[in-house]
Design a protein around this ligand. Structure first.
Ligand SMILES: [Zn+2]
Length: 77
């Protein structure tokens, strides 16, 4: 029996709301998917392993570009 393994991470309450959700079944043949969402409007989905890795990178790097989390705190969208 294979079950998806959802991993949920939430940013601290001091920051804009962000989610990174990854579904990575242990079975190699099962599809991997992930979704990254941010309160600023940033949203990405990944439907294969390579894209999930890229999405994780994008999610980790997002605060640098995020208008809600950026050092300038600008509202530039
Ligand atoms: Zn953002």
């Amino acid at each position: 029996m294979t079950q998806p393994t959802p991993i949920r991470r939430e940013a601290g309450p001091r920051h804009a709301v962000r989610w990174l959700r990854i579904v990575a079944p242990p079975s190699h043949s099962a599809p991997v998917s992930a979704r990254s969402w941010c309160q600023c409007g940033f949203e990405r989905t990944a439907l294969d392993r390579a894209s999930v890795l890229a999405l994780v990178d994008a999610h980790a790097a997002h605060p640098t570009d995020c208008p809600l989390l950026g050092p300038e705190g600008s509202k530039a969208a």
